[in-house]
Design a protein around this ligand. Structure first.
Ligand code: URP
Ligand code: ZN
Ligand code: ZN
Length: 473
């Protein structure tokens, strides 16, 4: 059935204008003022509201085995929470676990395809590099995977040495992949962790103290130098330190093809949160830094040095010995309590996929005066462009998927776990007062969120094959 969203104000990354939107066959067919209505057309009144393209979160970890447990949102519950917060597309990371990347991707499809509730793509982690893997990487383009994540930390598990990162980036340059860099210094972390443990320093704050921001800054410079020498574009994930923003600015000023994302946790929190009694809730890697880092990251977003706000959503229960109710069932998954006596054993990661848009609206648009266009660019259009999904995703244009969010700028609510509905027992933004919230969310024209009500279903999300040689912003 055709649908018309009428009376709203459309916001894209470059325009703001009043218009109606005709939706047919999951796509936006027409955008015009005063579209004619007839009884065969369902109408949705958006008077007084903004109509935004669905959010695009390019950094999630659903159902990820880690630290002897698993991230507590799977590809259904995580997608549902994303949608409730106005996000309609996510990209999740496929871990490299076997001798074949294609086998690893199949494993991730088995987890995701039948559970997906919004549209989704995959990045591939490259954590072991052999001549067989080198030969296999180009075939990922046929799988619709056009981005490869490499790590300069996690010695002996995820880390690639510089020689291998350089080789991956050469392949990336040749075939049009985007390389994603987790920037920290694995060797220095190893030394600092050994020293901390030898001195009996095992509380959560030592997670941050053993992963210094200089390591992140230095690894960004290293990545930038590889981008310059290979000609491959580079994207720095989960930027957390002022010095990383400085390096990104330097590289971009020198016309190196480098871009970056930050995440809500790095904008609002700092390492002192790890000293709280419930500090484990904030454990993630890289760690949160200081208030001056928060400020520089905000600056980076507002002046365009950083292009994307993603989340690195990787939730764990704070107390996985107690269950929560989720969709009428009791659920409990081992979580942060695993590291109660040793920070090394605390699962790294936190919930954020549903928080991203509502928190960024209140804190970014309402309080820090980012423009509406910046809000859409940073949360939807830029990630869709950088990751080869534009203009199918990330905008409101005829022919684009009808992934639309009706946003009420006047809606006030007290936010927290019950609203967010991540499948975990805490929310970092508990009791925050929000001004502005998504009130209807459409996935390819289907109303999947109505008010705070979930109308979507498991399996309705589609896998997105993404294009190589995407935009460099
Ligand atoms: O603590 C985090 N961020 N866990 C996810 C893994 C990663 O490096 O993104
Ligand atoms: Zn990472
Ligand atoms: Zn991550």
């Amino acid at each position: 059935m055709k649908k018309i969203i009428f009376g709203g104000t459309i916001v894209t990354s470059s325009e703001i204008y009043p218009a109606d939107i005709l939706i047919e066959d999951e796509k936006i067919q027409l955008i015009s003022k005063d579209l004619p209505i007839n009884p065969n057309i369902e109408t949705i009144d958006a008077t007084g509201m903004y109509v935004l393209p669905g959010g695009v979160d390019v950094h999630t970890h659903f159902d990820l085995p880690m630290f002897g447990t698993v991230s507590s949102d799977d590809h259904y519950s995580g997608h549902k929470a994303a949608a409730l917060g106005g996000t309609t597309t996510v990209i999740d990371f496929v871990p490299q676990n076997s001798e074949s990347l294609i086998k690893d991707i199949d494993v991730w499809h088995k987890k995701a395809d039948e559970n997906a509730a919004i549209d989704f793509g995959f990045h591939m982690n490259i954590t072991k590099f052999t001549s067989q893997i080198s030969d296999e990487i180009p075939s990922l383009i046929d799988e619709g995977i056009t981005s490869l994540k490499v790590f300069t930390a996690y010695n002996n598990t995820l880390r690639l040495d510089d020689r291998n990162i350089f080789q991956v980036m050469r392949i990336a340059a040749e075939f049009g992949f985007l390389t994603l860099l987790h920037a920290e210094n694995g060797d220095i972390i190893e030394i600092l962790v050994e020293e901390a443990i030898a001195k009996g320093n095992r509380s959560p704050i030592w997670h941050a103290r053993t992963r210094p921001s200089w390591g992140a800054v230095e690894a960004v410079v290293r990545g930038v130098s590889f981008a310059a020498q290979t000609g491959a574009p580079l994207y720095i994930v989960h930027m957390n330190a002022a010095g990383e923003v400085d390096q990104l600015q330097y590289a971009r000023d020198h016309h190196i093809k480098v871009m970056g994302e930050t995440c809500p946790q790095y904008l609002f929190f700092n390492e002192s949160f790890l000293e709280r009694e419930d500090g484990a809730k904030w454990i993630c890697s890289p760690p949160m830094r200081s208030i001056s880092d928060n400020i520089r990251l905000w600056e980076g977003l507002s002046n365009g040095i950083i292009q994307v706000l993603a989340t690195d959503h990787c939730p764990f229960f704070f107390d996985g010995t107690h269950s929560i109710e989720y969709e009428g069932k009791q659920v409990r998954i081992p979580g942060k309590e695993l590291g109660r006596s040793d920070f090394r054993l605390i699962p790294n990661g936190l919930p954020a996929v549903g928080d991203r848009l509502p928190i960024f609206w209140t804190e970014g648009v309402v309080k820090r005066k980012l423009t509406l266009n910046q809000f859409v660019a940073i949360t939807s259009t830029n990630p869709a462009k950088i990751f080869g999904m534009y203009p199918q995703k990330g905008t409101i244009l005829p022919g684009s998927d009808a992934d639309l969010v009706i946003w009420d700028p006047n809606k006030k609510l007290v936010y927290g776990r019950k609203v967010a509905q991540h499948r975990t027992d805490y929310n970092l933004f508990e009791d925050w007062n929000l001004s502005g919230f998504p009130i209807k969310v459409f996935l390819r024209g289907n109303l999947i969120v109505d008010g705070l009500q979930w109308n979507g279903s498991r399996g309705q999300g589609r896998y997105l094959k993404r294009s190589p040689n995407a935009y460099i912003l």
